[in-house]
Design a protein around this ligand. Structure first.
Ligand SMILES: NC(=O)c1ccc[n+]([C@@H]2O[C@H](COP(=O)([O-])OP(=O)(O)OC[C@H]3O[C@@H](n4cnc5c(N)ncnc54)[C@H](OP(=O)(O)O)[C@@H]3O)[C@@H](O)[C@H]2O)c1
Length: 294
């Protein structure tokens, strides 16, 4: 017998942005999102109001009792304690949405006969509305046994996602790649935009100018991949420009210099791989980037 199908009742524990977005998408795709519970009853009610046939419950146990598939979409640090605070049925399915946590957080449900999995959307969620819009096209990192993988991959595909399967040992690395893109890229953009304040413009004007460039970067990556899309003075071998960058940062924004040096060094091997940079020029760039001042 399958672990669950579209007729199975689904319950969410944790009515935040990820739970809310998945709940709406699953319901629209024809799955029965029947139960929700959260730390506060206000969040659970808001979740239930978005989904026909969904009922808000007061406790996590009531949600689990009402559902075959239980999605624990609380913050990472509480997944284990939420699961440990409940009684599970044999054959019941428990899934979390964390990219960093593995399935060891579900030792308690598994010891009671439940089947554990993880379904992590590799996406940045800021609200349920934005989350619902961004799910189509999103990659979902899936963990679990063969049956679980098949069932969760079906869910991911039905809501427009692209499933990939992960081993526990690779999970943190996978998650880190998403954090570098979804979170640290934003920090890089914020740092770059802040430099505009020194040119007589506001940070917001910097963001406006750079966002359009970011779209270009995304298009180039989609069309040309790596190393094709990697560009700039490190790929062209513009030694004078790189020296000027370092001198300028050293005097006008020294706090940005270490970040610049490391990112620029990361670009050099891609320039060589692309065939645009000779190994000799690559060594010269490395030397300039390592020097205390250009
Ligand atoms: N945000 C992202 O971009 C993103 C992307 C991919 C995956 N994820 C993963 O998705 C999961 C949820 O993240 P999120 O961003 O949706 O977090 P979130 O918006 O902060 O939502 C977490 C929800 O869990 C509820 N909660 C907290 N403790 C609880 C408890 N003990 N019992 C029941 N409910 C509890 C909170 O309830 P109240 O609202 O009632 O206080 C909140 O609604 C995490 O595992 C996270 O790593 C997040």
């Amino acid at each position: 017998m399958a672990l669950f199908d579209r007729t199975s009742k689904i319950g969410f524990i944790g009515a935040g942005v990820v739970g809310g977005s998945l709940g709406v998408c699953l319901s629209r795709a024809g799955y029965r999102v029947a139960a929700v519970g959260s730390r506060t009853s206000a969040s659970a009610r808001r979740f239930a109001e978005r989904i026909d046939g969904c009922r808000a419950y007061r406790t996590a146990q009531e949600v689990a009792d009402a559902a075959q598939l239980v999605v624990i979409s609380t913050a990472d640090d509480t997944i284990r304690s939420v699961a440990e605070g409940m009684t599970w049925r044999a054959g019941q399915v428990v899934v979390h949405c964390s990219g960093a946590m593995s399935l060891d957080v579900f030792q308690h449900p598994v010891s009671q006969g439940a089947v554990a999995g993880a379904l992590h959307p590799l996406q940045v969620f800021s609200s349920v509305e934005n989350g619902v819009d961004s799910i189509p096209g999103t990659t979902f990192g899936i963990e679990g046994g063969p049956e679980m993988r098949t069932a969760l991959a079906d869910i991911a595909r039905v809501i427009g996602g692209r499933p990939v399967f992960l081993n526990a040992a690779d999970k943190a690395l996978y998650h880190l790649s998403g954090v570098m893109m979804g979170n640290l890229l934003t920090c890089l953009a914020a740092t770059a935009a802040q430099l505009w304040e020194q040119c007589g413009y506001s940070r917001a004007e910097g963001v406006e100018a750079l966002v359009s460039m970011m779209r270009g970067v995304v298009n180039n990556l989609e069309r040309s991949g790596v190393p094709g899309a990697v560009a700039g003075p490190y790929v062209r071998g513009d030694l004078g420009t790189i020296r000027k960058h370092i001198e300028t940062l050293a005097t006008r924004a020294p706090e940005v210099l270490p970040l610049y040096r490391e990112l620029a060094r990361a670009a050099v091997p891609f320039g060589v791989e692309k065939g645009a940079l000779s190994p000799g020029t690559a060594r010269q760039i490395e030397a300039i980037l390592k020097s205390p001042e250009a």
